[in-house]
Design a protein around this ligand. Structure first.
Ligand code: PEP
Ligand code: MN
Length: 362
Protein backbone atom coordinates (compact mmCIF):
# COMPACT_ATOMS: atom_id res chain seq x y z
CA UNK A 1 0.00 0.00 0.00
CA UNK A 2 1.29 3.45 -0.87
CA UNK A 3 1.88 5.59 2.16
CA UNK A 4 -0.51 8.51 2.32
CA UNK A 5 1.27 11.78 1.64
CA UNK A 6 0.88 14.37 4.37
CA UNK A 7 -0.82 17.53 3.08
CA UNK A 8 1.19 20.07 5.02
CA UNK A 9 0.85 23.82 4.57
CA UNK A 10 4.02 25.57 3.45
CA UNK A 11 5.35 28.54 5.38
CA UNK A 12 4.23 31.22 2.94
CA UNK A 13 0.62 30.10 3.51
CA UNK A 14 0.78 29.97 7.30
CA UNK A 15 -0.91 33.37 7.43
CA UNK A 16 1.08 34.64 10.38
CA UNK A 17 1.45 38.39 10.52
CA UNK A 18 4.95 39.76 9.88
CA UNK A 19 6.37 36.31 9.37
CA UNK A 20 8.51 35.80 6.28
CA UNK A 21 11.33 33.50 5.44
CA UNK A 22 13.66 33.22 7.25
CA UNK A 23 11.32 32.96 10.16
CA UNK A 24 13.14 34.01 13.32
CA UNK A 25 12.07 32.78 16.74
CA UNK A 26 14.01 34.12 19.69
CA UNK A 27 13.83 34.58 23.42
CA UNK A 28 15.33 33.05 26.51
CA UNK A 29 15.88 29.37 27.13
CA UNK A 30 13.74 29.82 30.24
CA UNK A 31 11.38 32.46 31.51
CA UNK A 32 13.01 33.48 34.81
CA UNK A 33 11.38 36.68 36.01
CA UNK A 34 8.70 38.95 34.64
CA UNK A 35 11.26 41.68 34.09
CA UNK A 36 13.68 39.42 32.19
CA UNK A 37 10.90 38.09 29.99
CA UNK A 38 9.50 41.52 29.11
CA UNK A 39 12.82 43.32 28.71
CA UNK A 40 14.17 40.59 26.40
CA UNK A 41 10.98 40.77 24.35
CA UNK A 42 11.11 44.55 23.93
CA UNK A 43 14.74 44.41 22.84
CA UNK A 44 13.97 41.63 20.36
CA UNK A 45 10.99 43.48 18.96
CA UNK A 46 13.24 46.48 18.36
CA UNK A 47 15.55 44.43 16.13
CA UNK A 48 12.59 43.07 14.16
CA UNK A 49 11.98 39.67 15.75
CA UNK A 50 8.29 38.84 15.65
CA UNK A 51 8.09 35.45 17.33
CA UNK A 52 9.05 35.11 20.96
CA UNK A 53 10.13 31.90 22.69
CA UNK A 54 10.54 31.11 26.38
CA UNK A 55 10.53 27.80 28.21
CA UNK A 56 8.05 27.73 31.09
CA UNK A 57 8.48 24.06 31.98
CA UNK A 58 12.07 22.91 31.48
CA UNK A 59 12.95 19.27 30.86
CA UNK A 60 16.29 18.97 32.65
CA UNK A 61 18.68 16.07 32.43
CA UNK A 62 19.20 15.95 36.18
CA UNK A 63 16.94 16.89 39.08
CA UNK A 64 18.04 19.92 41.04
CA UNK A 65 18.62 22.08 37.97
CA UNK A 66 16.19 24.93 37.40
CA UNK A 67 13.00 23.29 36.16
CA UNK A 68 11.18 26.38 34.96
CA UNK A 69 8.91 28.88 36.69
CA UNK A 70 5.78 26.96 35.70
CA UNK A 71 2.32 28.33 35.00
CA UNK A 72 3.05 31.77 36.49
CA UNK A 73 5.37 32.48 33.56
CA UNK A 74 2.51 32.10 31.09
CA UNK A 75 1.10 35.39 32.36
CA UNK A 76 4.42 37.06 31.51
CA UNK A 77 4.20 35.65 27.99
CA UNK A 78 0.67 36.99 27.67
CA UNK A 79 2.06 40.42 28.62
CA UNK A 80 4.75 40.09 25.95
CA UNK A 81 2.02 39.60 23.39
CA UNK A 82 -0.01 42.55 24.70
CA UNK A 83 2.91 44.95 24.99
CA UNK A 84 4.86 44.07 21.82
CA UNK A 85 2.38 42.39 19.50
CA UNK A 86 4.85 39.53 19.04
CA UNK A 87 3.57 36.00 18.60
CA UNK A 88 4.43 33.89 21.64
CA UNK A 89 5.62 30.30 21.79
CA UNK A 90 6.55 27.81 24.47
CA UNK A 91 7.42 24.16 24.95
CA UNK A 92 4.77 21.63 25.96
CA UNK A 93 5.57 18.16 27.20
CA UNK A 94 2.25 16.90 28.52
CA UNK A 95 -1.51 17.45 28.36
CA UNK A 96 -1.56 19.89 31.27
CA UNK A 97 1.02 22.08 29.54
CA UNK A 98 -1.04 22.07 26.34
CA UNK A 99 -4.25 23.16 28.08
CA UNK A 100 -2.57 25.85 30.15
CA UNK A 101 -0.66 27.28 27.19
CA UNK A 102 -3.76 27.35 24.98
CA UNK A 103 -5.77 28.99 27.74
CA UNK A 104 -3.48 32.06 27.82
CA UNK A 105 -3.40 32.27 24.02
CA UNK A 106 0.06 30.95 23.18
CA UNK A 107 0.30 31.23 19.37
CA UNK A 108 2.78 28.49 18.57
CA UNK A 109 3.72 25.41 20.58
CA UNK A 110 6.89 23.43 20.29
CA UNK A 111 7.61 19.92 21.48
CA UNK A 112 11.05 19.25 22.90
CA UNK A 113 13.60 16.63 21.93
CA UNK A 114 13.03 14.43 24.97
CA UNK A 115 9.30 14.41 24.33
CA UNK A 116 9.40 13.74 20.60
CA UNK A 117 11.46 10.64 21.44
CA UNK A 118 8.51 9.25 23.41
CA UNK A 119 5.54 8.00 21.37
CA UNK A 120 3.25 7.74 24.43
CA UNK A 121 3.83 11.38 25.32
CA UNK A 122 3.46 12.39 21.67
CA UNK A 123 0.13 10.60 21.36
CA UNK A 124 -1.25 12.23 24.51
CA UNK A 125 -0.20 15.66 23.29
CA UNK A 126 -1.67 14.98 19.86
CA UNK A 127 -4.99 13.92 21.42
CA UNK A 128 -5.05 17.12 23.47
CA UNK A 129 -4.49 19.14 20.28
CA UNK A 130 -7.43 17.64 18.39
CA UNK A 131 -9.42 20.49 16.87
CA UNK A 132 -6.82 23.14 17.69
CA UNK A 133 -5.58 25.23 14.78
CA UNK A 134 -2.19 26.69 15.62
CA UNK A 135 1.26 25.90 14.25
CA UNK A 136 3.10 23.11 16.05
CA UNK A 137 6.88 22.72 15.88
CA UNK A 138 8.45 19.37 16.62
CA UNK A 139 12.07 19.10 17.61
CA UNK A 140 14.06 16.11 16.44
CA UNK A 141 14.22 13.34 19.05
CA UNK A 142 17.44 13.25 21.09
CA UNK A 143 18.52 10.10 19.26
CA UNK A 144 19.24 10.16 15.51
CA UNK A 145 16.14 8.30 14.36
CA UNK A 146 14.30 9.86 11.41
CA UNK A 147 11.41 7.38 11.65
CA UNK A 148 10.78 8.41 15.25
CA UNK A 149 10.83 12.09 14.25
CA UNK A 150 8.51 11.41 11.34
CA UNK A 151 6.24 9.38 13.61
CA UNK A 152 5.95 12.28 16.06
CA UNK A 153 5.01 14.58 13.16
CA UNK A 154 2.45 12.08 11.86
CA UNK A 155 0.76 11.89 15.26
CA UNK A 156 0.33 15.68 15.31
CA UNK A 157 -0.88 15.61 11.70
CA UNK A 158 -3.48 12.99 12.54
CA UNK A 159 -4.85 15.38 15.18
CA UNK A 160 -5.79 17.66 12.28
CA UNK A 161 -2.85 20.07 12.48
CA UNK A 162 -1.62 21.18 9.04
CA UNK A 163 0.84 23.94 9.92
CA UNK A 164 3.70 21.80 11.12
CA UNK A 165 7.36 22.67 11.46
CA UNK A 166 10.34 20.54 12.36
CA UNK A 167 13.09 21.96 14.52
CA UNK A 168 16.52 20.51 13.89
CA UNK A 169 18.38 20.78 17.23
CA UNK A 170 20.99 18.07 16.77
CA UNK A 171 21.47 14.69 18.41
CA UNK A 172 22.98 13.47 21.68
CA UNK A 173 26.24 11.64 21.47
CA UNK A 174 28.46 9.96 24.00
CA UNK A 175 31.50 10.89 22.01
CA UNK A 176 33.19 14.21 22.53
CA UNK A 177 32.47 16.74 19.81
CA UNK A 178 32.71 20.49 19.30
CA UNK A 179 28.92 20.46 19.29
CA UNK A 180 26.63 20.09 22.26
CA UNK A 181 24.35 18.05 20.00
CA UNK A 182 25.85 16.81 16.74
CA UNK A 183 23.92 18.22 13.79
CA UNK A 184 23.96 15.18 11.47
CA UNK A 185 22.53 17.44 8.76
CA UNK A 186 21.63 14.48 6.58
CA UNK A 187 18.78 13.60 8.96
CA UNK A 188 17.27 17.05 8.58
CA UNK A 189 17.60 16.73 4.82
CA UNK A 190 16.00 13.30 4.95
CA UNK A 191 12.92 14.36 6.94
CA UNK A 192 12.39 17.24 4.52
CA UNK A 193 12.58 14.87 1.56
CA UNK A 194 10.03 12.55 3.17
CA UNK A 195 7.56 15.31 4.06
CA UNK A 196 7.19 17.96 1.34
CA UNK A 197 6.14 21.42 2.63
CA UNK A 198 7.37 20.60 6.13
CA UNK A 199 8.66 23.89 7.54
CA UNK A 200 12.28 23.40 8.57
CA UNK A 201 13.72 25.42 11.41
CA UNK A 202 17.24 25.14 12.69
CA UNK A 203 18.18 25.58 16.36
CA UNK A 204 21.86 26.57 16.36
CA UNK A 205 21.75 27.29 20.11
CA UNK A 206 21.16 23.68 21.14
CA UNK A 207 23.32 22.25 18.36
CA UNK A 208 26.28 24.49 19.16
CA UNK A 209 25.92 24.83 22.90
CA UNK A 210 28.18 27.87 22.75
CA UNK A 211 27.90 31.40 21.43
CA UNK A 212 30.67 31.22 18.83
CA UNK A 213 28.95 28.43 16.95
CA UNK A 214 25.61 30.16 16.47
CA UNK A 215 26.66 32.20 13.43
CA UNK A 216 28.32 29.42 11.42
CA UNK A 217 25.54 26.92 12.14
CA UNK A 218 22.88 29.46 11.18
CA UNK A 219 24.70 30.21 7.93
CA UNK A 220 24.92 26.52 7.12
CA UNK A 221 21.19 26.11 7.79
CA UNK A 222 20.41 28.99 5.44
CA UNK A 223 22.69 27.48 2.80
CA UNK A 224 20.69 24.27 3.11
CA UNK A 225 17.51 26.28 2.52
CA UNK A 226 15.98 25.97 5.97
CA UNK A 227 12.88 28.14 6.51
CA UNK A 228 13.96 29.66 9.78
CA UNK A 229 16.02 29.78 12.94
CA UNK A 230 15.21 29.43 16.63
CA UNK A 231 17.93 31.18 18.64
CA UNK A 232 18.07 31.61 22.41
CA UNK A 233 18.57 35.16 23.66
CA UNK A 234 18.71 36.80 27.07
CA UNK A 235 19.26 40.34 28.39
CA UNK A 236 22.12 39.08 30.55
CA UNK A 237 23.26 35.73 29.10
CA UNK A 238 26.02 35.03 31.62
CA UNK A 239 23.46 35.13 34.41
CA UNK A 240 20.89 32.92 32.69
CA UNK A 241 19.38 30.21 34.88
CA UNK A 242 19.66 27.61 32.12
CA UNK A 243 21.84 27.19 29.01
CA UNK A 244 23.90 30.29 29.87
CA UNK A 245 26.81 29.38 27.58
CA UNK A 246 24.71 29.39 24.44
CA UNK A 247 22.51 32.44 25.02
CA UNK A 248 23.26 35.78 23.38
CA UNK A 249 21.96 39.30 23.84
CA UNK A 250 19.38 40.63 21.37
CA UNK A 251 22.11 43.00 20.20
CA UNK A 252 24.45 40.11 19.33
CA UNK A 253 21.54 38.34 17.68
CA UNK A 254 21.04 41.38 15.49
CA UNK A 255 24.70 41.34 14.42
CA UNK A 256 24.50 37.64 13.62
CA UNK A 257 21.31 38.02 11.60
CA UNK A 258 22.82 40.90 9.66
CA UNK A 259 25.90 38.84 8.87
CA UNK A 260 24.05 35.87 7.48
CA UNK A 261 23.94 35.59 3.71
CA UNK A 262 20.62 34.37 2.36
CA UNK A 263 20.95 32.62 -0.97
CA UNK A 264 18.17 31.81 -3.41
CA UNK A 265 17.29 28.33 -4.60
CA UNK A 266 16.66 29.59 -8.13
CA UNK A 267 18.05 33.09 -8.48
CA UNK A 268 16.49 34.85 -11.47
CA UNK A 269 19.69 36.07 -13.04
CA UNK A 270 21.97 33.16 -12.24
CA UNK A 271 22.93 30.96 -15.11
CA UNK A 272 20.70 27.97 -14.52
CA UNK A 273 22.22 26.38 -17.61
CA UNK A 274 25.42 25.95 -15.74
CA UNK A 275 23.74 24.38 -12.76
CA UNK A 276 21.70 22.17 -15.08
CA UNK A 277 24.88 21.08 -16.82
CA UNK A 278 26.63 20.29 -13.59
CA UNK A 279 23.62 18.28 -12.45
CA UNK A 280 23.66 16.34 -15.70
CA UNK A 281 27.28 15.51 -15.07
CA UNK A 282 26.49 14.31 -11.57
CA UNK A 283 23.61 12.17 -12.86
CA UNK A 284 25.88 10.63 -15.46
CA UNK A 285 28.57 9.85 -12.90
CA UNK A 286 25.97 8.34 -10.58
CA UNK A 287 24.78 6.07 -13.40
CA UNK A 288 28.36 4.97 -14.00
CA UNK A 289 28.87 4.31 -10.30
CA UNK A 290 25.71 2.23 -10.27
CA UNK A 291 26.91 0.17 -13.24
CA UNK A 292 30.27 -0.41 -11.60
CA UNK A 293 28.63 -1.50 -8.36
CA UNK A 294 26.49 -3.94 -10.26
CA UNK A 295 29.62 -5.28 -11.99
CA UNK A 296 31.36 -5.62 -8.67
CA UNK A 297 28.49 -7.55 -7.09
CA UNK A 298 28.45 -9.96 -10.03
CA UNK A 299 32.08 -10.72 -9.25
CA UNK A 300 31.12 -11.21 -5.59
CA UNK A 301 28.61 -13.85 -6.65
CA UNK A 302 31.39 -15.66 -8.54
CA UNK A 303 33.63 -15.45 -5.50
CA UNK A 304 30.80 -16.87 -3.37
CA UNK A 305 30.52 -19.78 -5.80
CA UNK A 306 34.27 -20.41 -5.64
CA UNK A 307 34.31 -20.32 -1.81
CA UNK A 308 31.38 -22.69 -1.66
CA UNK A 309 33.04 -25.21 -3.95
CA UNK A 310 36.29 -24.98 -1.99
CA UNK A 311 34.62 -24.95 1.41
CA UNK A 312 36.11 -21.57 2.38
CA UNK A 313 34.63 -19.07 4.84
CA UNK A 314 33.07 -15.99 3.30
CA UNK A 315 34.74 -13.52 5.59
CA UNK A 316 38.53 -13.37 5.38
CA UNK A 317 39.86 -10.96 7.98
CA UNK A 318 43.33 -10.54 6.43
CA UNK A 319 42.03 -9.75 2.98
CA UNK A 320 39.52 -7.23 4.33
CA UNK A 321 42.13 -5.43 6.47
CA UNK A 322 44.52 -5.09 3.51
CA UNK A 323 41.77 -3.93 1.23
CA UNK A 324 40.54 -1.24 3.60
CA UNK A 325 44.07 -0.02 4.29
CA UNK A 326 44.93 0.23 0.59
CA UNK A 327 41.70 1.97 -0.27
CA UNK A 328 42.31 4.61 2.37
CA UNK A 329 45.72 5.31 0.84
CA UNK A 330 44.27 5.43 -2.66
CA UNK A 331 41.46 7.65 -1.43
CA UNK A 332 43.93 9.99 0.17
CA UNK A 333 45.69 10.53 -3.15
CA UNK A 334 42.33 11.49 -4.63
CA UNK A 335 41.44 13.87 -1.80
CA UNK A 336 38.75 11.54 -0.49
CA UNK A 337 38.54 11.56 3.31
CA UNK A 338 39.50 8.42 5.23
CA UNK A 339 36.22 8.27 7.10
CA UNK A 340 34.27 8.60 3.89
CA UNK A 341 36.24 5.84 2.14
CA UNK A 342 35.90 3.64 5.19
CA UNK A 343 32.11 4.10 5.28
CA UNK A 344 31.70 3.50 1.56
CA UNK A 345 33.82 0.36 1.57
CA UNK A 346 32.24 -1.05 4.70
CA UNK A 347 28.85 -0.71 3.01
CA UNK A 348 30.13 -2.28 -0.23
CA UNK A 349 31.85 -5.07 1.66
CA UNK A 350 28.70 -5.80 3.65
CA UNK A 351 26.65 -6.05 0.49
CA UNK A 352 29.29 -8.30 -1.05
CA UNK A 353 29.10 -10.59 1.98
CA UNK A 354 25.31 -10.68 1.64
CA UNK A 355 25.63 -11.72 -2.00
CA UNK A 356 28.16 -14.44 -1.18
CA UNK A 357 25.87 -15.66 1.57
CA UNK A 358 23.06 -16.02 -0.92
CA UNK A 359 25.24 -18.23 -3.13
CA UNK A 360 26.64 -20.19 -0.21
CA UNK A 361 23.22 -21.13 1.10
CA UNK A 362 21.41 -21.64 -2.17
C1 PEP B 1 14.84 24.35 24.66
O1 PEP B 1 14.43 24.71 23.55
O2 PEP B 1 15.17 25.14 25.55
C2 PEP B 1 15.00 22.91 24.91
C3 PEP B 1 14.83 22.36 26.09
O3 PEP B 1 15.40 22.28 23.81
P1 PEP B 1 15.60 20.72 23.42
O4 PEP B 1 14.26 20.07 23.57
O5 PEP B 1 16.04 20.84 22.02
O6 PEP B 1 16.65 20.17 24.32
MN1 MN C 1 17.67 25.79 26.16
Amino acid sequence: MMKEELQLIELKDWGLENVDKPLIISGPCSAETEEQVLETAHQLKKIGVNIYRAGIWKPRTKPGSFEGVGSEGLQWLRKVKEETGMLISTEVANVKHVYEALRVGVDILWIGARTSANPFAMQEIADALQGVDIPILIKNPVNPDVDLWEGAIERIYKAGIRRIGAIHRGFSSYEHSIYRNVPQWQLAIDIQRRLPNLVMINDPSHIGGKRELIQPISQKAMDLNFDGLMIESHIDPDKAWSDAKQQITPETLNLILESIVIRDVNPENASLDTLENLRHKIDKIDDDLMDLLQERMKVSLNIGQYKKENNMTIFQQGRWNTLLKNHKIKGNKRELGEEFISKVYKAIHQESINKQNEVMNE
